[in-house]
Write a protein that binds this ligand. Structure first.
Ligand code: C5P
Length: 318
């Protein structure tokens, strides 16, 4: 019997990792149901949400390097800090620390998902970074390990690894898939000028609730989950709900006109996405979504509007 040859750890690391660039595509999320409960002792709100990944993507490319660097192009270039505060850099460092490897990579982000838009773009980029660096470095963590690192980076990050349509509980980080008949839903995404700060929208909701100026909390997502099991977009339209919408509208009253314009253009439902200010509209089919998007894009109620569909997979190497 011959003894196995054991390369030293560094060589082994290089061998197991990818030599060339690793490109990962990651979707945006919307919330079909966003039930916000009370503030917990840790400052987060207890959530019951139904996440849905849509075909609006960011792309993260990871290459071998001697240090950790980040460059970007597209949405938010010049506005987004590319330093240690960036969730992409934090994700790479968190993975490297967990796996015990040097955080060496040249990362490039191509952004399409608006910043601070309520579509979890930053969380999506963190999820993409975990998948890209795990492949580049050959660390090959399990989905469960990646999800645990993801949860430490932000409440929405585990879902963006997962994708599809999923129930989120806890502060949003505990994700379980929703069993639904395979159906593609067609949406229109209307991006706003300027973002909204997620903590500020949560604070506004708390304020409105304390002043009894907010509707009763949505509570259970059962009717939304039942609607997903049918294939009728009108049924889904009636079941969509977002507790944060009232707070986003309070901070950005002009969103009322955006929501109304979507309905006037024939959307089956209009909702604010997450903490906003992006609004999403449910369409009957792909052609309908295209017509609504064209009408909104040529109006003054949003910066841009485009069709998207869901569910789509989470962060994946392409
Ligand atoms: O988890 P993440 O870092 O994305 O959250 C950003 C902010 O949103 C938190 O600091 C908190 O203010 C607010 N938040 C919350 N309850 C949640 C999720 C987020 O209050 N379930």
């Amino acid at each position: 019997m011959t003894e196995a040859w054991r390369p030293d750890d560094d060589d082994d690391q290089q061998r197991r990792g990818a030599a060339g660039p690793v490109k990962v595509r990651v979707p945006a999320k919307i919330n079909l149901h966003l039930g916000v409960g009370p503030v917990r002792p840790d400052g987060y709100h207890e959530l019951t949400t139904v996440y849905h990944a849509i075909s609006s993507y960011d792309e993260l490319t990871a290459r071998r390097g001697d240090t950790l660097t980040l460059t970007m192009a597209g949405e938010g270039t010049g506005e987004l800090a590319l330093d240690e505060s960036n969730l992409v850099i934090r994700a790479a460092r968190a993975l490297a620390a967990y796996a015990g490897v040097p955080a060496h990579a040249r990362l490039h982000l191509r952004k399409q998902i608006p910043l601070a838009g309520g579509l979890a773009g930053g969380s999506a980029d963190a999820a993409a970074t975990l998948v890209a660096c795990d492949t580049l470095w050959g660390t090959n963590l399990s989905r469960e390990e990646l999800a645990a690192i993801a949860a430490g980076l932000g409440s929405d990050v585990p879902f963006l690894l997962h994708g599809g349509t999923a129930l989120g509980t806890g502060r949003g980080e505990a994700v379980s898939p929703v069993l639904a008949r395979p159906t593609t839903w067609h949406w229109v995404v209307a991006a706003a000028d300027g973002g909204l700060s997620t903590p500020a929208v949560y604070r506004e909701l708390d304020r409105l609730r304390a002043e009894r100026d907010a509707p009763a909390p949505l509570g259970s997502p059962d009717s939304l989950l039942a609607a997903l099991r049918q294939r009728d977009p009108k049924v889904l339209a009636a079941a969509l709900g977002n507790d944060m919408q009232i707070a986003a509208l309070s901070l950005r009253p002009s969103l009322a006109a955006t929501l109304a314009a979507g309905e006037a253009a024939g959307a089956l439902a209009s909702i604010v996405s997450g903490s906003g200010p992006t609004c999403v509209f449910l369409a009957a089919d792909e052609g309908h979504a295209g017509r609504i998007a064209a009408e909104l894009a040529s109006s003054s109620v949003c910066r841009t509007a485009y069709p998207a569909y869901g569910p789509v997979p989470g962060a994946r190497v392409v």
